[in-house]
Design a protein around this ligand. Structure first.
Ligand code: F6P
Length: 343
């Protein structure tokens, strides 16, 4: 019988984590299950640092951004005795199960702990990148894109006044969903995503035409694109082997190229972590709440090794392995759809 669970949030934070924590804790209470919060992701499990999660700790957090538990990009498999320490702390803290809220990295660790060490784990998907397979959407994405669209519209205002081309760089790592949805929703004139090789000359010709007509043009660029001949600068990797993309300055480089080729004054804005802060949108509050509640239900049923996914309008369990085996990137259909608006 499950009496006590440990909840952790790992990887980049995003709005929707607190609603999910609240959902999980409150539903667990219905089953008589006590929750504790493991601080700072897998790092906190390695170090055995927890806080109590009672009703009073979670009942007012649904509208708060970030995560009340803290997070980190610590990979126990890359730390000396990291996995053994996790196992020892699960035992000493009397945890009957772990609920891990994370993206591909955090859930990748959850998958391995479940498969290799039999740790009873349930996964909850989160990421502003929306790049997790086996779920239609992850919370964090809607808020991030809402913020990016607001930024894009502000750039259009100032770009129009100055008759400039404006470039907006958004996050998203190796999937272009944030750029695609931001561009579509703000009426961008070109969108650069990692899934499609940039056609620089074609884009610049198009921007010249658009600028003549509208007196401004907007380009949305995903941080993960590659430009031929690009200056890569400092290439630092995190503990999961991912390049820290913001250090490459893609937006700046694209703006320089555009200005040089079009001879039109061009400016760039990089909104970075602003996309990850602030209050979750309605969509992210409800999705976070639903997947958190479902995670507690899976724990209560003893259904471990699963992640809670959104399929259509249903919240359903899917094997963790399915969710973490490959990245969900933009499909060719979406790329074709996007081009409808490059007129
Ligand atoms: O995975 C979420 C994300 O926001 C990416 O879009 C971005 O590349 C990365 O995290 C930034 O990570 P950090 O917060 O460690 O700088």
């Amino acid at each position: 019988m499950i009496k006590k669970i440990g909840i952790l949030t790992g990887g980049g934070d995003c709005p929707g984590l607190n609603p999910a924590i609240r959902g999980c804790v409150e539903r667990a209470l219905d089953f008589g299950i006590e929750s504790v919060g493991i601080l700072d992701g897998w790092k906190g499990l390695i170090e055995g640092r927890t806080i109590p999660l009672n009703l009073s700790d979670v009942e007012s957090i649904v509208g708060k951004g970030g995560t009340i538990l803290g997070t980190s990009r610590t990979n126990p498999y890359k730390k000396e005795n990291g996995v053994d320490k996790c196992l020892a702390n699960i035992k000493s803290l009397n945890l009957d199960a772990i609920v891990a809220l994370g993206g591909e990295d955090t859930l990748g660790v959850a998958t391995k702990l479940y498969k290799e060490k039999n740790v009873p784990v349930v996964g909850v998907p989160k990421t502003m990148d929306n790049d997790l397979s086996a779920t239609d959407y992850t919370f964090g994405f809607d808020t991030a894109v809402t913020i990016a669209v607001d930024a894009a519209e502000r750039l259009i205002d100032t770009g129009t006044s100055h008759r400039r081309i404006m470039v907006l760089e958004v996050m998203g790592r190796h999937a272009g969903w944030v750029a695609l949805f931001t561009g579509l929703a703000s009426g961008a004139d070109w969108i650069l995503v990692p899934e499609k090789e940039p056609e620089i000359d074609k884009m610049c010709e198009h921007l010249k035409k658009v600028h003549q007509r509208k007196k401004y043009a907007l380009v949305v660029v995903s941080e993960g694109i590659n430009i031929p001949g690009m200056k890569t600068g400092k290439e630092e990797l995190d503990q999961f082997g991912h390049m820290i993309l913001k250090k490459r300055g893609v937006g700046e480089q694209i703006a320089d190229i555009i200005e040089e080729k079009t001879k039109i004054e061009t400016r760039v804005a990089v909104i970075g972590h602003i996309q990850r802060g602030g209050k979750p949108t309605l969509f992210d509050r409800i999705l976070g709440t639903r997947v958190g509640v479902k995670a507690a239900e899976l724990v209560n049923e003893g259904k471990f090794g699963y992640m809670v996914a959104l399929k259509g309008n249903d919240v359903v369990p899917v094997p963790l392995e399915e969710a973490t085996s490959k990245l969900k990137v933009i499909t060719p259909d979406w790329l074709k759809f996007m081009e409808t608006f490059f007129k």
